[in-house]
Design a protein around this ligand. Structure first.
Ligand code: BGC
Length: 521
């Protein structure tokens, strides 16, 4: 029968402290003990579970969490495997079977801040769809107005035509509000479509698979730009889609607009993926011209890394469960170990496992059997809870308590809170290490002395330690001669699409500016 954590904590610390104080003995010792207790709970993980709890329980919890640990050797092995997969994706001989697709994007020019134009951008990659009107004013100045529309779940998994009609309706509403509908000007659209696409040109892209909970019929293998344009034309909207980009590309572009050493775009949000600037001579699958600049941005689609079993060396039973209960089992294995869509669920499954092994929430036998609570339901532990829990630093655990109460654990003990925080830290640290290993492969491969990575996504933005954990890990994996920097990209999905659209159709942009200036006067 396992020991009760709460009991141990009370007996060992609180009760003894109170007793000692009551007897008026060794006040300084008590203060010292309290300070040490505070230090231990707030100190790095290895202290937390070791000093307080019964060693047998600690060891059992650690054993469960050990499966999440990735050693330096394993990281190097993962880097090696990823590089092999990348080369397979880039070679015409192996591209067809390759798992990491390494799609050439046809985006070859990087903006330099002097671009001028008024452009529409559409951004679809999750449950929100954004429409933006962007004014690129030269001198790195950008102004924009935007509106967010919700994509109902029924549309996310319904008929593809309905999805694109919905997008066109949102665009219509937005243009009407901005008074740019039926003005006689055809506005260029940059479409950020954050799903894997085989591009055949800047404005031609076939969806290869849905990810992140989307599953609209009749879209896979179809040209997404055409589907969008048909819906726009059906509504007689004065706009033309001139470019489709992935959100990673938008992120890279928006960052390069301000910092010319940017060579990589990374998304750590609902999904994960990276793109980078590759020399044309390394892109065997390239079908375009070889004019200057002899480079192209490659959309890696690294989320699919591991779909052929090559990450099995580090996958846990929780990863397998998350995968099996997802909408795309067997797909996006790397993404499922890293991104926001799945992180909360991994934590929930570990909590449930510890609970079933009687290692957690021992004082809550009466409440934890309620199967209707979020704790027992898929998706019940949101990824934003992982960030909230990890914001707690000391022994108060005010955030952790709130989160635990939200998922149905009333009055959690210090131990419960400390263990849950420990789980969150291990899960998010593993994700940060994996993303760091992926970036290290790219940075070492690009090999320039100074490289900036433009990053965006809710996980990176809101998690209190993700960036720090990634940087620490990257320092150990990247060649010492290279200086790297992670920079938060400012609305890349919107601005980046506008920049690509502007670079793609310079004449259209200029026309829209001239028109806009004349109508304003
Ligand atoms: C998609 C990528 C996208 C990433 C981040 C993945 O699920 O396949 O195209 O860049 O999510 O949004």
């Amino acid at each position: 029968m396992p020991f009760n954590f709460a009991q141990i904590f009370q007996d060992d610390l609180i009760t003894s402290m109170v007793r000692k104080t009551a007897y008026g003995l060794a006040t300084t010792c008590v203060l010292g003990a309290a300070a040490y207790a505070g230090y231990c709970v707030a100190a790095p993980e290895k202290h937390q579970l070791r000093h307080y709890r019964h060693p047998e329980l600690n060891d059992q919890i650690e054993k469960v969490l050990d499966s999440l640990k990735i050693t330096d050797d394993q990281l190097e092995q993962i880097m090696h495997l990823l590089e092999e997969e990348m080369n397979a994706g880039l070679s015409p001989l192996t591209h067809h079977q390759a798992i990491v697709k390494m799609f050439p994007t046809y985006v070859r020019n990087i903006p330099n801040g002097t671009e001028i134009g008024q452009v529409l951008a559409l951004d679809l990659g999750g449950t929100n769809f954004r429409v933006l009107l962007i004014d690129l004013r030269g001198n790195s100045r950008i102004e924009l107005t935007s509106k967010i529309f919700l994509i109902p779940q029924s549309v996310m998994i319904g008929d593809g035509k309905r999805l694109f009609r919905h997008l066109a309706e949102c665009l219509h509403e937005f243009m009407q509000k901005e008074r740019i509908l039926n003005t006689g000007v055809c506005y260029p659209i940059g479409f950020t479509f954050s799903f894997p696409c085989q591009q055949e040109g800047l404005a031609s892209a076939r969806l290869t698979a849905w990810t992140k909970g989307f599953d609209c019929s009749g879209v896979v293998n179809e040209d997404v730009v055409k589907l969008l344009q048909d819906a726009i034309d059906e509504k007689r909207i004065n706009a033309k889609c001139v470019a489709l980009i992935n959100d990673t590309v938008g992120t890279l572009m928006a960052c390069a607009y301000k910092d010319p050493s940017t060579a990589i775009g990374l998304i750590l949000g609902t999904g994960t993926n990276a793109c980078y600037i590759e020399n044309l001579d390394k892109v065997g699958t390239w079908k375009g011209d070889y004019n200057e600049p002899k480079q192209v941005i490659i959309n890696m689609e690294w989320g699919a890394f591991g779909d052929n079993g090559r990450l099995n060396l580090i996958r846990t039973k929780y990863d397998e469960e998350v995968d099996l209960s997802s909408m795309n089992p067997g797909k996006q294995i790397f993404e499922k170990m890293i991104s926001g869509m799945y992180m909360g669920e991994i934590v929930r499954l570990i909590i449930l496992d510890l609970l079933q092994q009687e290692l957690l929430f021992l004082g809550h036998r009466d409440t934890y059997g309620d199967y209707k609570t979020p704790l027992y339901n898929r998706g019940g532990f949101y990824t934003k809870f992982v960030s909230t829990v990890e914001i707690d630093e000391g022994i108060q655990f005010s955030n952790t308590r709130r989160v635990l109460e939200d998922i149905g654990i009333r009055n959690p003990t210090y131990d419960d809170c400390a263990i849950v925080r420990h789980i969150c830290r291990q899960v998010s640290k593993r994700a940060a290490k994996l993303a760091a290993a992926g970036l290290a492969v790219l940075i070492n491969r690009i090999g320039k002395s100074n490289i900036t990575v433009g990053v965006d996504g809710s996980l990176y933005r809101y998690h209190p330690r993700f960036k720090h954990n990634m940087e620490r890990c990257m320092e150990t994996l990247i060649n010492k001669s290279i200086q790297f920097k992670l920079t938060l990209s400012d609305d890349g999905s919107g601005k980046g699409a506008a920049m690509v659209a502007c670079l793609a159709d310079d004449s259209l942009c200029k026309k829209s500016v001239v028109h806009n200036e004349t109508t304003r006067d």
